[in-house]
Design a protein around this ligand. Structure first.
Ligand code: NDP
Ligand code: BG6
Length: 499
C-alpha cells in the first residue's frame, strides 16, 4: 500500500496489515524514550491494531520483566491520558528475547516463534557498531527471505561515521535487503513543522518567485538545545556536534529550504531534489583568512537557575576532550538559484534556550526612501519558520509609526500552530513508524542522500584533523554560544539572530 503523507492530509487513515516489529536494543534509552511510547500512542489512537512487539537485547530479562518495565514507562509517560485496559491490551502484544546479537541463539528463537508471520519489521536501536553483526545474523538465519512474508529494516542514526563507513553499511544492508525494504531514520523529517516547509513553499504561489538569490540576502538555520549530552558521553566523544547534528538534521533542513520543486510527491521525486542540493554544496575550506566554521565546547554555567557542569566533566568524557558541542558555519550552494547566497548554520548543546528555526532574510529595497533622516537602519524583511518549540511562521516587515512622521518600525505577522489548529501534531517517531508500516519512504533518507551528506561532512571534518585543539573555542553553558561565532558572518555584514 503506497500512500503519500503530504497528499493525504495530516492524519493517515490506513492501518497497516498485521505485523511483528523486532526491536534490537530494546533494553535501551531510545526504545524506552521514543519507540515504545510511539507504538503505544499509535495503538491507543487505533492506527495500529494487530501487531506483536518483540524486544531483543542481551539484558537478562524475561517477557514478564519487559512487560513490567513497559507498564511502568507507560504509566510515567501517559499517566491519566490512558486507561488500565489499554495498557493491559498493549502488554498482551509484547514479548522479549534475551540473547547476544552476534550468535545464532536468539535468531533461532525468533525464527521458531515469529518467522511464520506475514510482515516482519526489524528496528536497529543498538549502538551502531552492532548493526552489521545483526544484519549478518538476520541474513544467515534466513530471516530476510520467504515466499510468504515481507521484511523491512529500520536503521537508526548515526548511519556510519564517515563516507567510507556509510558506504560499507549501505552495501552490507543492500547485500541482504533491497533499497525499498530499508528505512533510514532522521527523526527531524517526522516533525510536522519540517514537513510543512514543503507545503509552505510549494502549496503557496507567492513565495517561489522570490525564493532565490535576486531577493534573498542570506538564510540562517539554528538548532539550539538547552540539554547537554545527557548519559551519552561515550557516543558523543566519537561524534561531536558536526556528526551528531549537522550530517543529518541540519543538512535535511537545508535541503527542504533549498530544493527545487519536485515533479510530484512520490518519495523518489522529493529525494532526488534533496540529493541535488547536497551535490551542489561547495566544499568548505578552513585556510581562508575569514573563518567559515567555528567549533566550540561548553564550559560550566547556569541554565534555568541551576549550575551545570562543563562538557569535560561529563560522565564518560575525556577531561581533555577536544570534541565540539557547538558548531556554526557558512555554506554555499552552487546552483543558479542560490549562487552567492550564504547559508549560516549553527547548532549547540547547553545554550540559553531550545530553539529550532529557519530564517530567510530578504534584501533591503534598492533605493531607501525611509529610515534615513534619523539614520535609523532599515530592518530587512525576514521570514522565520519556527520548527520547535512555539511552532509557527513569522513575517517581519517595516511599518510606519503612527503620527506626523515617516519613521518606521519593524513589526511581525504571526501564524502559530497552537492557535490555528485544534489538533495536536503526532510525535515524529509516531509519524515515521506509521509511514514505514504503510510502506511510505518519503520521510526516510535514501542511500545516496546519506552518502552525499557524509561526503560533505567528512571533507569538513578532515579540515580539522591535524589541529582540532587549536580550532576549538569555548562558551559558558547557558549562553548564546562562543563570542567568535560572529566571525563567520563578518564578511557579509550580517549578525546572528538573537537566541
Ligand atoms: P543505548 O546505549 O541505550 O543502547 C541500546 C541497547 O544496546 C542497550 O540497552 C544495550 O542492550 C545494547 N548495548 C549497549 N552498548 C552495547 C555494546 N557496547 N555492545 C552491544 N550492545 C550494546 O543506546 P540508545 O538506546 O540511546 O540508542 C540506540 C541507537 O539509537 C543508537 O544508534 C543511537 O545513536 C540512536 N539514537 C538514540 C537517541 C536517543 O535519544 N537515545 C536519539 C537518536 C538516535 P543490552 O545490553 O541489553 O543488549
Ligand atoms: C538526536 C541527537 O539525533 O537529536 C541528540 O543525537 C539531540 O544529540 C536530538 O539532542 C535533538 O532532537 P530534538 O527532536 O529534541 O530536537
Amino acid at each position: 500500500m503506497q500512500k503519500n503523507p503530504l497528499s493525504e492530509g495530516l492524519t493517515a487513515h490506513n492501518t497497516p496489515e498485521p505485523f511483528v516489529i523486532v526491536i534490537f536494543g530494546a533494553s535501551g534509552d531510545l526504545s524506552a524514550k521514543k519507540l515504545i511510547p510511539a507504538l503505544f500512542s499509535l495503538f491507543t489512537h487505533n492506527h495500529i491494531i494487530d501487531f506483536t512487539i518483540v524486544g531483543f537485547a542481551r539484558s537478562r530479562w524475561s517477557s514478564s520483566d519487559f512487560k513490567e518495565k513497559t507498564a511502568a514507562l507507560i504509566h510515567n509517560r501517559f499517566g491519566t491520558q490512558t486507561t488500565e485496559q489499554e495498557t493491559a491490551e498493549f502488554l498482551k502484544r509484547i514479548h522479549y528475547i534475551s540473547a547476544p546479537y552476534d550468535t545464532d541463539e536468539g535468531y533461532t528463537l525468533l525464527k521458531k516463534k515469529f518467522a511464520a508471520q506475514k510482515h516482519l519489521i526489524y528496528y536497529l536501536a543498538t549502538p551502531p557498531h552492532m548493526y552489521e553483526p545483526i544484519i549478518s545474523q538476520l541474513g544467515k538465519n534466513r530471516l530476510t527471505q520467504s515466499a510468504d512474508s515481507t521484511f523491512k529494516i529500520v536503521v537508526e542514526k548515526p548511519f556510519g561515521h564517515d563516507v567510507t563507513s556509510a558506504k560499507l553499511l549501505n552495501s552490507k544492508l543492500l547485500s541482504i535487503f533491497k533499497e525499498t525494504q530499508v528505512y533510514r531514520i532522521d527523526h527531524y523529517l517526522g516533525k510536522e513543522t519540517v514537513q510543512n516547509i514543503i507545503v509552505f513553499r510549494f502549496g503557496n504561489g507567492i513565495y517561489e518567485p522570490i525564493w532565490n538569490n535576486r531577493y534573498i540576502d542570506h538564510v540562517q538555520i539554528t538548532v539550539a538545545e538547552k540539554a547537554g549530552i545527557e548519559m551519552r558521553g561515550s557516543y558523543y566523544e566519537n561524534a561531536g556536534a558536526i556528526r551528531d547534528m549537522v550530517q543529518n538534521h541540519l543538512l535535511q533542513l537545508l535541503c527542504m529550504v533549498a530544493m527545487e520543486a519536485p515533479n510530484d510527491l512520490e518519495p523518489d521525486s522529493i529525494r532526488n531534489e534533496k540529493v541535488k542540493v547536497l551535490k551542489a554544496l561547495r566544499p568548505i575550506t578552513v585556510d581562508s583568512p575569514q573563518p567559515a566554521v567555528i567549533r566550540a565546547q561548553y564550559r560550566a554555567g547556569i541554565i534555568d537557575g541551576e549550575k551545570v557542569k562543563a562538557y569535560r566533566k561529563e560522565d564518560k568524557v575525556d577531561p581533555h576532550s577536544i570534541i565540539e558541542t557547538y558548531v556554526c558555519m557558512r555554506l554555499f550552494i552552487d546552483t543558479w538559484r542560490w549562487s552567492g547566497v550564504p547559508f549560516f548554520l549553527r547548532t549547540g548543546k547547553r545554550l540559553s534556550r531550545r530553539l529550532t528555526e529557519i530564517s530567510i532574510q530578504f534584501k533591503t529595497p534598492p533605493h531607501l526612501l525611509f529610515g534615513q533622516a534619523d539614520s535609523t537602519p532599515i530592518s530587512p524583511n525576514t521570514l522565520t519558520l519556527t520548527i520547535q518549540p512555539d511552532e509557527g511562521i513569522t513575517f517581519r516587515f517595516n511599518s510606519k509609526l503612527p503620527g506626523f512622521t515617516t519613521k518606521m518600525r519593524a513589526v511581525n505577522m504571526n501564524f502559530t500552530y497552537g492557535s490555528s489548529f485544534a489538533e495536536k501534531s503526532p510525535d515524529a517517531y509516531e509519524r515515521l513508524l506509521l509511514d514505514m508500516m504503510l510502506n511510505d519512504a518519503t520521510l526516510f533518507t535514501r542511500n545516496d542522500e546519506i552518502e552525499q551528506a557524509w561526503k560533505f561532512v567528512s571533507q569538513l571534518i578532515s579540515c580539522f584533523k591535524n589541529d582540532a585543539d587549536k580550532n576549538l573555542f569555548f562558551y559558558n553553558a547557558g549562553s548564546a554560544g562562543p563570542e567568535e561565532a560572529h566571525l563567520i558572518m563578518t564578511p557579509y555584514n550580517s549578525t546572528w539572530r538573537k537566541l
